[in-house]
Write a protein that binds this ligand. Structure first.
Ligand SMILES: Nc1ncnc2c1ncn2[C@@H]1O[C@H](COP(=O)(O)OP(=O)(O)OP(=O)(O)O)[C@@H](O)[C@H]1O
Length: 296
């Protein structure tokens, strides 16, 4: 059974098309990175999967059910974002105690140990915590709930570098202890690259690609050398990005399926793999150019 299945999934807000005909699915437990720039549609996709909002068209199913208004999906999934709220009446300890009633696999002991490790006071209230501390508390709740579908929408907001590292380690340990489907949205692929098995890259509401992480690492080659020589190897339409760095010298990025690293190197050109974050920028930059365009 598919944990998640989206078919031609679209969401419009008034005339704004936030999500445009997205199709993707995932069956076995996996950590999937949902990557995209600001406003790409990541949260909209995750909220549709969580059943928080309804699609304008297309279909989404979670464990073969429409997630919107589904008690079954609610009981088996958890969506955490910085808009997640907890009752202001309860302390952190009381909030955790309530979770046991809702989530069958609730890890009470681990939650308390994590509270101690991250120096969260049990008698504090969520609305009194700092931005980073709120993120830590949400992470404890969402991971200790051990739902078959765990949705983390930019989970590291406000966390300092050390806590981010701890969070990713904890996420991986939790996943190994109890494999489940985890959707993790982020702007920074390099930060989660060692963690995720699959990547869904979204741009302006559309799916650009859905690939295993290893394939994304092999997706493109960066090459530099004399412009005329490079042009003799690569056809104009094959470039993901190309720019003249000094007169007569070009740096460009080309899909590896069209051409191999060795083919460039055999011609004496400098060719190397492209960092995944840079690749995502090239795949989503369109004709916007760089920030320099603003100053020119
Ligand atoms: N409730 C809403 N009403 C109107 N427009 C919305 C609403 N929610 C999202 N949008 C618009 O839909 C688009 C996608 O937004 P979304 O929040 O899904 O992007 P995102 O990839 O999560 O962005 P970010 O990384 O900046 O959080 C944006 O243009 C946003 O302004």
């Amino acid at each position: 059974m598919h944990a998640i299945k989206c078919h031609s999934l679209s969401k419009k807000y008034g005339r704004k098309r936030a999500l445009d005909s997205i199709t993707f699915s995932s069956s076995e437990p996996k950590i999937i990175g949902i990557i995209g720039r600001n406003g790409a549609g990541k949260s909209t996709l995750l909220q549709l999967i969580a059943g928080y909002i309804r699609p304008t068209s297309g279909e989404v199913t979670v464990f073969a059910q429409n997630p919107y208004n589904s008690l079954f999906v609610s009981a088996n999934s958890m969506y955490a974002s910085d808009e997640m709220r907890f009752s202001p009446k309860f302390t952190l300890q009381e909030t955790l105690a309530k979770m046991a009633a809702f989530y069958a696999n609730w890890q009470a002991e681990r939650a308390l140990k994590l509270m101690t490790y991250f120096q969260l006071e049990q008698e504090s209230y969520y609305h009194h915590l700092s931005v980073g501390m709120k993120s830590i508390f949400r992470m404890i709740v969402v991971l200790c709930a051990r739902c078959p579908l765990t949705i983390l929408d930019e989970p590291t907001t406000g966390m300092d570098v050390a806590v981010r590292k701890d969070f990713y380690r904890l996420l991986l340990k939790e996943y190994i202890d109890d494999p489940r489907t985890i959707l993790l949205s982020s702007h920074l692929l390099s930060e989660i690259e060692e963690l995720v098995e699959d990547i869904v890259l979204i741009h302006e509401g559309k799916k650009v690609l859905h690939l295993p992480m290893e394939e994304l690492r092999e997706y493109a080659i960066g090459v530099s050398g004399p412009t005329a020589q490079i042009q003799s190897v690569v056809a104009e339409h094959d470039w993901l990005m190309k720019k003249e760095i000094t007169p007569g010298v070009t740096y460009g990025v080309v899909k590896q399926s069209d051409i191999s690293l060795e083919m460039f190197q055999a011609k004496g050109l400098v060719a190397e793999k492209v960092a995944v974050d840079d690749l995502c920028i090239y795949l989503t930059d369109g004709d916007r150019g760089g920030i320099n365009r603003v100053f020119s």
